[in-house]
Structures are given as structure tokens and as C-alpha cells.
Write a protein of this length. Structure first.
Length: 226
């Protein structure tokens, strides 16, 4: 799953973490990339949102802070039913709000591992293009199959998406799936993605209709050929 949780609030500003945890549980997903997570911020009642979700779902977690705000922080997170044996948060080129790529090496069983990444790209087109190039440099050094999730802040065919898709496949394209993940003005757009490296195959993908955030969560069933 990839899910921009909007700081744990819906578009009316209501805290929705309990509902988000229930949605994830009902979806039955094993690994989730989350964007816009608050940790110890006043606006979200000083909750550690990633730890709250991990505890409710009984999952492992890592957090990648990108913005420090007083005693708290804001960034990306990963939840996993499988052990996370290594993690690193990369800060990438940013013109405005600092952006990052959170990476986690996940132990599926005794012999099989995958890299799972999540990111949230910037609002400026040129900024996103540079960020996409930096992401591919990170991916090029990963020795296991890669699954990357995130909010790219752009639609398919734009420059950053096109750059990343030269190396990582869009799971939605493999399934010829059409859906939106965000409402931009009056237009429904897809800006949230699940991408994967060679040796990983998408069996299904869909967005889940929900009002718990200003984005829709996207869920894919992926198979790895080890």
C-alpha cells in the first residue's frame, strides 16, 4: 500500500488515525509506505502517528523525518508485517519543503529480502526532476528487488515520473488499471504510485475509496521472482 495520510487528518481537519488503522487492517496489506506523518506535533495533538499505527496493527515500523518542527517532526514512514533489518533516510534536493526517500530492507523469510522505499516529491516540476534522478542513483545501489511507493505530486507522463519509470515499472501500467488518487480542483488525477524493479510482478492494483485523508490509499498485490 501507498498512502498519503495528510498528517492523520481528513480534509475537514478531523483526526482520522483510528480509521486509517482500521482501513489498513481491513485491506490486509503486508507493507505500507506512508507520507505526511506527524510525530509529536501540536497540530496532531503531539501523537507519534507512525508508532500509534504500528502498535494498533502490530507491525514493525521505521520513520524518516524530513522537517524538524519544534520538538516534533514530519516525514515518511514504512509499516511492515515482516522484520525490517536495515533502514536509511535520504534527504534529496529540495527547493521548498525538505523532501526525502525512506528505504527499508525487509526480511520476507530466511533467504529472501526486498528493499521497500517510500517518498514524497516536491511541488516544483524542475525540483521533482532532480529528485527523480537522485532516487535512481539510490536505487542503483540496492542489491535486492525494489518496491517503491510514494506521492509524486505529478501525473503519469510528466518528467519525474517518466525518469523513474525508465528503471522502475508502474504497477498500474502492468495491469492496465485506471483510477485516481487525488482531486485537483475539479479534476481527478493519479499522483500516488507503486513502482517495482525487474523480477517483481504486479498481479492487481486499485485505489480504495475513502475520506480519511485528502488522498486515496493504493493497494497492489506483487509477486517476486527470487
Amino acid at each position: 500500500m501507498t498512502y498519503n495520510i495528510h498528517g492523520g487528518k481528513d480534509i475537514e481537519g478531523n483526526l482520522t488515525l483510528y480509521g486509517i488503522s482500521n482501513l489498513i487492517k481491513e485491506a490486509g496489506v503486508d507493507v505500507i509506505g506512508l507520507q505526511e506523518i506527524d510525530v509529536f506535533l501540536k497540530r496532531s495533538y503531539f501523537l507519534n502517528e507512525i508508532k500509534y499505527l504500528a502498535n494498533r496493527l502490530k507491525m514493525h515500523y521505521v520513520f524518516g523525518p524530513n522537517l524538524r518542527m519544534g520538538f516534533g517532526s514530519f516525514g515518511n514512514g514504512i509499516l511492515s508485517r515482516y522484520p525490517i533489518v536495515k533502514k536509511k533516510n535520504y534527504h534529496i534536493y529540495s527547493m521548498g519543503e525538505r523532501r526525502g526517500v525512506l528505504t527499508a530492507l525487509i526480511q520476507l523469510n530466511e533467504n529472501k529480502k526486498i528493499w521497500f522505499l517510500t517518498t514524497h516529491l516536491g511541488l516544483n516540476r524542475k525540483e521533482r526532476l532532480t529528485q527523480s534522478q537522485e532516487i535512481l542513483k539510490i536505487v542503483s545501489n540496492l542489491e535486492y528487488p525494489v518496491i517503491m511507493t510514494g506521492d509524486f505530486n505529478e501525473t503519469p507522463g510528466e518528467e519525474a515520473y517518466s525518469t523513474i519509470s525508465r528503471v522502475l515499472k508502474d504497477a498500474a501500467n502492468a495491469q492496465n488499471s485506471a483510477f485516481h488518487t487525488y482531486v485537483d480542483g475539479c479534476e481527478n488525477v493519479r499522483i500516488d504510485y507503486i513502482m517495482h524493479s525487474k523480477g517483481v510482478w504486479a498481479e492487481s492494483i486499485k485505489a480504495i475509496d475513502s475520506t480519511l485523508s485528502d488522498h486515496l490509499p493504493v493497494v497492489a498485490s506483487l509477486r517476486c521472482d527470487f
